[in-house]
Design a protein around this ligand. Structure first.
Ligand code: TYD
Ligand code: MG
Length: 448
């Protein structure tokens, strides 16, 4: 083998070098560079395509097909676009295979078209077992327990299915490469081949990708470039709910989420997520405050809880789950300096009920008041939500889409809202009783 046919490639970022190195100079990962021989028969686009004027290119919303699962449709931007390639990443056991089997059944629900489920990880029996649990029994789903990409492409060409699912990309390999399945070279080559095939036959394709310990899809950058849409399926295994989030989407917005609940018979859509993220207690208790967060075009009512206890050993502990630790530390500092609360000798724990993660400053006021009420043993009424961003001088800043948030609160039966004064000036149509605040001190007064 001549010198230039041997290459070394970083498995984390795809960086290529002619000699082995202990550390990738591009991404800085240690021990990620692996030898690979050059690629024979590299993927080429086979079709002859003529350039056409942009005005003549037709695209209508009709090219989208509903999956029958509304939460998934929303994240995709309104349904599956034919010929699009979607990568779904997530921790093992989160429910990727379940979601895609349900999607396939949903898509083929009343048509005679066939779907191809390439099961490179599990046997056909295992897929059958899962489909039994899900109550899916259809002749239209073809299961292919195959790991060689050439065979898979062969079947796609022969069957021309209405949908292809590849479970998972890390277990599929091409014989033209000598490296092991799951390496960047294999993952990239197989995805490229699948993508070409999907585009050529205009078949929507779902690829399942495993997530590394660091939380990225293995062979991350290389894969994310090739595909049209990247979705992450997240969820705590101790909790029943799962969130589907778009990270990249050529056909829609990336800030929509889909909420699901894992049940005994598969994933169920959660139509009203607000109810899921509330603790369900009726009477107010210190340290619990309701607020409204935005996820895409939707608002979700969540409950922030805080517990403030005296520190027993010297250094106070500051923990927060679901909200950024830095952010809550900042709010603690504002409460001390502007609000005059002496929190220096207290352990402070902050938690978002239900396990949701929020990174929106609009929940600041609720986090601050959860801490303050726990510290003072005061309460905020259960029918009240607090919305507002807090600045370093204690000012309560305006938040976006206040009306959407209030509408959601109204929907679940809340009566009162404390919102930034600046938001109050814009005309808001709501039946809720609104009070505008300018500074954190005013809010602290209200709950004294
Ligand atoms: P699975 O789809 O196999 O996850 P992934 O493909 O992401 O690895 O599902 C994993 C878990 O979901 C498994 O631990 C069992 C559970 N599960 C249910 O609770 N109910 C069900 O109906 C199904 C099919 C799975
Ligand atoms: Mg699986």
């Amino acid at each position: 083998m001549s010198r230039d046919t041997v290459k070394f490639r970083c498995q984390a970022c795809g960086y290529v070098t002619t000699k082995w190195m202990g550390r990738c100079p591009d991404c800085g990962t240690w021990n990620s560079i692996i030898e690979e021989s050059s690629i024979k028969g590299h993927t080429k686009s086979v079709q002859d395509i003529e350039p056409i004027p942009l005005s003549d290119v037709s695209f209508s919303e009709d090219t989208r097909v509903s999956t029958g699962i509304k939460e998934l449709d929303r994240v995709l931007g309104g349904g599956i676009v034919s010929g699009s390639v979607v990568l779904i990443g997530g921790d093992p056991g989160v429910g990727k295979s379940t979601l895609l089997l349900q999607t396939m059944a949903g898509l083929l629900r009343d048509s005679s078209a066939r779907g191809l489920y390439v099961s490179a990880e599990e046997s056909a029996q295992q897929v059958k077992l899962r489909s039994n649990r899900l109550g899916i029994d259809t002749k239209n789903i073809l299961v292919l327990p195959e790991t060689r990409i050439e065979k898979v492409l062969d079947y796609i060409e022969r069957i021309k299915p209405a949908l292809v699912v590849v479970d998972s990309i890390q277990t599929i390999y091409t014989e033209t490469l000598s490296s092991a399945p799951g390496t960047v070279a294999q993952v990239r080559e197989c995805s490229a081949k699948l993508t070409v095939s999907a585009k050529r036959y205009n078949i929507p394709l779902f690829i399942i990708g495993h997530v590394t310990k660091e939380g990225a899809i293995a062979g991350p950058r290389v894969l994310e470039h090739i595909v049209d849409t990247v979705l992450y399926f997240e969820g705590d295994k101790s909790q029943a709910f799962r969130i589907l989030r778009a990270v990249k989407n050529r056909f829609g917005s990336t800030n929509e989420i889909g909420v699901f609940e894992m049940t005994d018979s598969g994933l169920k859509e959660v139509k009203n997520p607000s109810e899921l993220f509330l603790s369900g207690q009726e009477t107010p208790s210190p340290g619990t405050v309701l607020t409204a967060t935005l996820e895409g075009t939707r608002s979700i009512i969540i409950e922030i809880q805080a517990l403030v206890t005296p520190t027993t050993f010297g250094m106070p502990r500051r923990t927060s789950i679901g909200v950024d630790v830095q952010r809550s530390n900042l709010l603690i500092a504002v409460l001390e300096k502007i609000g005059g609360l002496h929190l220096g000798l207290s352990d402070i724990y902050v938690n978002v009920v239900g396990g949701l993660r929020v990174f929106e400053p609009a929940v600041d006021l609720a986090v601050a008041m959860a801490i303050a009420t726990s510290f003072r043993n005061a309460t905020v009424d259960r029918d009240t939500i607090l919305i507002g961003e807090i600045g370093l001088s204690g000012e309560v800043r305006a938040v976006s889409q206040i009306e959407t948030r209030l509408k959601e609160a109204e929907k679940i039966g809340l009566k009162k809202a404390v919102i930034p004064q600046t938001n109050l000036s814009s005309r808001i149509s709501t039946t809720m009783q609104l009070s505008g605040v300018k500074n954190i001190r005013e809010v602290l007064e209200m709950t004294r």
